[in-house]
Write a new protein. Sequence first.
Length: 574
Amino acid sequence: MNNLYKIIFTIIGFIIPLTSVWSQTISAGMPVFEEAVRRKQLLGQLDSTLSFNLRPIQANTIYSAQIYNDFSFFEVNNSKSINRGVKKSKSFTLLPLQNSSTFNTGRPYGFGNGAMIPNVGFQNKISAGFAAKFHFLNIQFAPEYVWAQNKSYSGFSDTFQESVIKAKFHYWNHGDNPERFGDGPYSKLLPGQSKISLNYGAFEIGASTENIWWGPGQFNALIISNNAAGFPHLTFNTTKPANTIIGSFEGQIIMGRLESSNLEPSQFDFLNNNYFRNLSTDWRYLNGMTISYQPKWVPGLFLGINRTFQQYRENRTNSFGDLFPIFEAFTKKDLFTNGNSVQYDSKAQDQQVSLFGRYIFQKANAEIYFEYGRRDHAYTIREFVLNPEHARAFLLGFNKIFQLSTQEKYIQVRGEMTHQQESVNKNLRYFYLADNNTSWHAHYQVRGFTNYGESMGVGIGNAGSNIQTIEISLIEKLNKFGIVFERLANHQDFYNRAFERDLPENQPWVDLSLGLLFDYQWDRFMLSSKLQFIDGMNYQWQLAPESTEEYPVGKDKFSVFAQANLIYLIGKKK
């Protein structure tokens, strides 16, 4: 697979200037546009059968005369036609020049930024390229370059007692989430949002390194989001809802390759030397599937399922079962080899599965959604029904648009909560597995559902972090002025393991933050920005210098996170 990508990207490498108008896809998490298109659907100006459960979204799928006024810079597949007489079958389009910058003071903060890393100081990502279409062949080339200051900072302390340090390394030894990505400035050139594919009707088959997003979440996704860098994968997917007599379907099957960070987790070498179990240098094979269904008889309702398996390449055979484990049974008791029941864990595979739903209240210009996931095979269906709390995570969210007196302006209120913290169920029912108990995106055999050290789905931290977000904004076309409130409870599973019983004076580390949002369009420039103020209470579970045994006081840390995404558009304004 690596050789295939090297050939593709070498042939179509920088053969044109890196400037822009419109991409063939709206990449997963693309600033301004992905949110704006979703908003258009709630306003009744976009196909109501589009689920938003499978992203990136094809530009042709969302294009319509109703939304064209707000997207007047974009001429989908027509911007620079090779043959003006056959515009729909042959085209050449320069993609937007995108520059994303972040700045963190004192500690890393922020997630869902693709190839960018958890970083202190300044960080920048730049991307550009082209998209070309020749009948059913599509090529998109959009490399990304990331540079980060990657300053040192005060992370997990080396002064805790040994039981706390062992608890922290328990989760580090079941995942791949380093505190810092190396000892100095960081840089990486990646193929980014690139792909080559063949299209027919509503279906596509090809090879890609694009970020993908599965599920209805706006800020997080349980299985796969844009939190980590895109990974090389072969894909068979829909490009628009596929209509049938019972409703419409969207879906994707992928075969991909995930890489480890090859970094030690702590910033203290002596802790790594004493407690860290070295990462495997082998890459991980990923097989995944998502299906979303919109029933014909219930307009606005979407239901679906996600499932992924990952396995180190050295443990995988070339059998159909190992290449496509997504089609195997959902319970361990139903798995057989040569007619005999086997101990499933000997296959050293890591599974995740989630169920999701989304409902659009078209008349109310609103939506609600959920996703519920589980990481471990149930032994039987009965065990799953009796014990749904085991190895689970979930998210809930909503979006509501209030139209003001003028039809050009709206108030948007949206929110989401993501819960990864394990239920107390694991201590009551599975106390004998204490050494192997892990959190969402972690595994005792396949070290973390990550790519280059960042979680593939939820980006707020491993070891049971939870977050609640609410945003209130004034919207005018593509412009937005708003505020966002967040509460992030960091690594709650680790806290319960390390402190709750023996060291109650060390309280949970909780971040409360207020953010200011500003999106604006100046002619050919689009700016999407955020300025966030974070109060880290009991930062890294530490006690303040004035703390005493009788009056314990947690150490607080104030920090600032700033983000600016600048998009430059070249084209004819209508």
